[in-house]
Design a protein around this ligand. Structure first.
Ligand SMILES: [Fe+2]
Length: 317
């Protein structure tokens, strides 16, 4: 007899967070392949809520990869891809040997929790969207919680950039209309310089792709503010503006975009699976208690070229 308690349309239950984005979805077991109709429904739910939480999942890395295949396959992190290309593959107990999955962890190579490791360690991570320092950033990111501290450290916050853009003061909207940002690719999310890069000292030394400041969110046709990641000058900058003016404007944009009214916070439990839309959501992480191990398995969904809001006739308000 078929089990109707999971992976059927009838079994799916959506519980909105009540915040500006995110919903918990029940009735789905990602350790099993999803039928086409369930995939399609989940895609609709994702487009509406942007961040999905599925609890009590017991997953293998192959399950994450299969899930990414529903959306066109996975994409390796930009910095990690570069490290692999130059022979710096991860090693040790805390590393994935599969290039399609990586472990976001505060363990060192001996498997002990630490403040500093080769990744983002136990640090607080500032607001960003993933991998905007590559030409085609990932469509989405998924994390599955394997090991989680018991003190609620290492929370992940998400903020809705469609809502932030829709409610942006008109003078701010006018200032970014048609403008682009150079996305600094020199450092990781913990502000550590990548092994193959140098810390830039001038605007001219900033290296990365140029992306529009407002992009189309393809599943809905809505417009989303697209800020990426920024450090103290010299870092990500607005191409069409002098430095001082651009820095002031970016201060205002980040302050607007990350207000509490646009934010939802994930308090991790083991077995949680989170999927977010990297085209319309920024995220950050609170510091992790460095005496406790934390291991999240991450796969990113392959992106498509960024579409500027002003380049698309299909874009809606
Ligand atoms: Fe991230």
């Amino acid at each position: 007899m078929t089990d109707h308690s999971v992976n059927t349309l009838d079994a799916i239950e959506v519980i909105p967070s009540g915040a500006a984005l995110a919903a918990e979805v029940r009735g789905i077991d990602l350790s099993q392949p999803l039928p086409d109709d369930v995939q399609a429904r989940l895609t609709e739910i994702w487009a509406e809520h942007l961040v999905l939480l599925l609890r009590d999942q017991e997953l293998e890395d192959a399950d994450l990869i299969r899930f990414s295949d529903y959306y066109g396959g996975q994409q390796m992190g930009g910095a990690r891809k570069k490290r692999w290309e130059i022979g710096m593959k991860e090693s040790g107990k805390a590393a994935s040997t599969d290039k399609r999955v990586n472990y976001v962890t505060n363990l060192d190579k001996d498997g002990n929790p630490v403040q500093h490791n080769r990744g983002t360690g136990s640090f607080e991570l500032r607001w960003h969207s993933d991998n905007t320092y590559v030409d085609i950033p990932p469509t989405g990111t998924m994390l599955w919680a394997d090991v989680i501290p018991d003190d609620d450290s290492g929370q992940t916050m998400f903020c809705n950039q469609i809502r932030a853009y829709a409610e942006m003061p008109e003078d701010l909207k006018a200032q970014i209309q048609g403008k682009n940002m150079m996305h600094d690719g020199s450092r990781n999310t913990a502000n550590l310089v990548h092994p193959h890069r140098d810390m830039p000292k001038t605007r001219e030394e900033i290296n990365g792709p140029v992306h529009p400041m407002v992009r189309v969110h393809p599943p809905t046709g809505k417009q989303a503010l697209f800020l990426g990641r920024r450090w103290d000058f010299p870092s990500t900058y607005i191409v069409e503006m002098p430095n001082d003016e651009g820095e002031d404007l970016m201060d205002r944009l980040w302050a607007h975009a990350t207000q509490d009214k646009y934010v939802w916070t994930q308090h991790w439990k083991r077995g949680d699976f989170i999927l977010w839309d990297n085209r319309a959501v920024m995220h950050r992480r609170t510091a992790i208690n460095s005496s406790q191990p934390r291991i999240l398995h991450r796969t990113m969904i392959k992106g498509l070229p960024v579409v500027a809001a002003w380049e698309s006739n299909a874009a809606a308000d």
